[in-house]
Design a protein around this ligand. Structure first.
Ligand code: HEC
Ligand code: HEC
Length: 295
């Protein structure tokens, strides 16, 4: 009897171990399933104007909000229901220790220094950053003074790993690959082209990869063509404060907008407003995964 019990326990332990082992191995394989594009070799200018421009890119694209106001990193603990514990690394330390090509792969392609896909860093929001702006961003990060910090190790958790194994969740390299290309012809319509560039590198983290709305999960986010219905002045107030029309609380937008957008120049706001308002003349694309039909 005792021997049978021991065998039964051994079998159960092996099945459980194999099960967790399998989920681990298969999820790791997903994170390694990435293709690195050509190594970034754009020249990095380190003059004061380039570094200041890179700081503006970092501020308006939200690096400080997640990686800390001194780029010292941030432990999100269990704040995000996903993954178990997200930890944004100390960016100043990272920039000191890594070359420009490694940094570009993380920022625009969603591929970390270990060659694996990132999970929580919104690289799809930066996929369309130009080479010049990426180089300036890197120059700024490399110039940033290091503030030492003590951060815990990130944890992924079994439930999250399982979602990757089943394909219900996708990593950031997958998302970054699906951002639509910039379409406006910069020579024919420079203002709209500048506005499109801003929209696809600042607003598509939340409002859908083409900023025409996001309905993959709640909260659903509006099609930014709605900007055509508000005045230029109300638009400026809205994106600088994150407070909605009529004083409505916009939740996540209320958190990120005051951190990112107050330093946008008048011209940047004009360009963004012109582009978003122009979208009203164009129906949003159908059959895209971030906007499935709602029954
Ligand atoms: C919404 C929060 C968020 C924003 C915004 C954000 N990051 Fe991150 N970042 C993270 C998290 C979390 C990680 C840890 C890796 C992961 O979980 O994907 C990370 C990782 C990184 C890494 C390390 C990648 C590696 O090799 O492991 C770099 C470099 C980085 N971010 C740069 C940036 C830059 C530059 C910006 C601004 C353009 C930025 N991040 C904006 C959350 C964010
Ligand atoms: C981190 C996520 C996030 C980012 C980035 C973001 N938004 Fe939003 N936005 C939201 C949320 C959340 C709401 C509120 C949705 C709701 O409750 O209807 C919102 C609402 C809005 C609204 C509707 C306001 C109203 O009164 O109904 C506008 C306009 C808007 N955003 C513009 C922008 C623009 C322009 C950008 C880029 C410069 C941007 N957002 C970037 C999350 C974001």
């Amino acid at each position: 009897m005792i021997r049978i019990k021991i065998i039964a326990v051994a079998v159960i332990v092996s099945i459980v171990t194999l099960g967790f082992g399998g989920v681990y191995v298969l999820s790791e394989a997903r994170f390694r399933d990435v293709t690195l594009e050509a190594k970034f070799d754009h020249p990095i200018s380190t003059d004061a104007a380039s570094i200041e421009h890179g700081r503006h890119i970092a501020r308006t694209r939200g690096c400080f909000g997640c990686h800390g106001q001194q780029l010292e990193g941030q432990d999100f603990g269990k704040q995000w229901d996903w993954p178990e514990r997200a930890v944004a690394p100390n960016l100043a330390v990272y920039a000191r220790d890594h070359d420009a090509a490694t940094m570009e792969a993380a920022v625009r392609q969603g591929i970390g220094a270990d060659g694996q896909a990132l999970v929580s860093m919104p690289s799809f929001n930066f996929a369309r950053l130009s080479d010049e702006d990426t180089a300036a961003l890197i120059a700024f990060l490399k110039s940033a003074p290091v503030v030492e910090s003590d951060l815990p190790k990130p944890e992924l958790g079994w439930a999250v790993r399982w979602m990757f194994v089943t394909g219900n969740e996708k990593h950031m390299a997958w998302w970054a690959d699906r951002v639509p290309p910039l379409r406006v012809n910069a020579e024919a319509e420079p203002r709209l082209a500048r506005g499109e560039y801003m929209a696809l590198t600042m607003c598509n983290e939340c409002h859908g990869l083409d900023v025409r709305g996001f309905t993959l999960w709640e909260p659903y986010l509006p099609d930014l063509a709605m900007v055509a219905a508000i005045s230029r002045q109300d638009f400026e107030t809205l994106i600088k404060t994150g407070i909605g029309i009529g004083g409505r609380d916009l939740e996540l937008m209320g958190l990120v907008a005051p951190d990112r957008f107050p330093e946008l120049s008048d011209q940047e706001i004009d360009d963004l407003y012109a582009y978003l308002s122009s979208l009203i003349n164009e129906p949003p694309a159908e059959g895209v995964f971030w906007r499935p039909d709602i029954q």
